[in-house]
Write a protein that binds this ligand. Structure first.
Ligand SMILES: C[S@@+](CC[C@H](N)C(=O)[O-])C[C@H]1O[C@@H](n2cnc3c(N)ncnc32)[C@H](O)[C@@H]1O
Length: 206
């Protein structure tokens, strides 16, 4: 999949597409050194990582003004959210939390080179003061019960959590219900028929 194919799938401006192209080139350059995405998915970057993250942006409530992405790694979905928002929701303030300092340096480099603003916190999620974000997102970070712990710490009241989950999430779901009560929508993934985005709200301890 290429930038052109991505642009067919997602309604983005020329400027956003150019920023995404800058980001893609930086991933290709840095990946051999710090393994931002697995080598087998590098060839399918625009589908497996960019489109996969863009659909998280599209799943968020439109009235959100702050967004915290936890365990952002090479930028998914947090950097894609920041790049897409720069054009269509410039007031959205995005914070990426990433404990690996080389990855945090990479995230700041992408922001500088694309001219997009977001905050990168090079800390452990557990050590960050509660962010009270309207949206908390996480992809490939932890099982659902742990994600709910993180969301409980960093979500604003009435906030929404967006968790990208692959096959096997049903078991995590049952485990989570032992500790948590929550409302959830399961949004089918556009990039993987086995995957979903869990849109979770009204999180409280059971
Ligand atoms: C498997 S990677 C996924 C990265 C990205 N979300 C993605 O989907 O490609 C998990 C990332 O979370 C970071 N991470 C794991 N535990 C963390 C914690 N407690 N606090 C902050 N970052 C954490 C790791 O350094 C790693 O970059």
């Amino acid at each position: 999949m290429t930038a052109e194919f991505f642009a067919d799938q997602v309604d983005v401006s020329r400027e956003t597409l150019e920023r995404l192209e800058i980001y893609a080139r930086l991933i290709e350059r840095w990946n051999p050194k710090i393994n931002l995405v697995s080598r087998r998915t590098l060839d399918d970057l625009w589908n497996r990582h960019f489109l996969d993250s863009a659909q998280v942006f599209d799943a968020a409530p439109l009235n959100a003004s702050t967004w915290a992405d936890l365990g952002t790694g090479g930028g998914f979905p947090g950097l894609i959210v920041a790049i897409m928002a720069a054009d269509v929701r410039p007031d959205l303030r995005v914070t990426c939390v990433e404990s690996d300092s080389r990855k945090a340096t990479f995230l700041r480099t992408v922001l500088r080179e694309t001219g997009v603003s977001a905050t990168v916190l090079n800390k452990r999620i557990e050590a960050v003061e509660p962010l009270a974000a309207d949206v908390v997102s996480a992809r490939a970070l932890a099982p659902l019960p742990r994600l709910l712990d993180f969301a409980d710490r960093h979500l604003a009241e009435n906030g929404t959590a967006l968790f990208s989950k692959g096959e096997g999430y049903e078991k995590e779901f049952q485990d989570a219900l032992e500790t948590w009560r929550f409302q959830v929508d399961k949004i089918p993934s556009r990039t993987n028929s086995e995957a979903v985005i869990l849109r979770v709200g009204e999180i409280e301890r059971a």
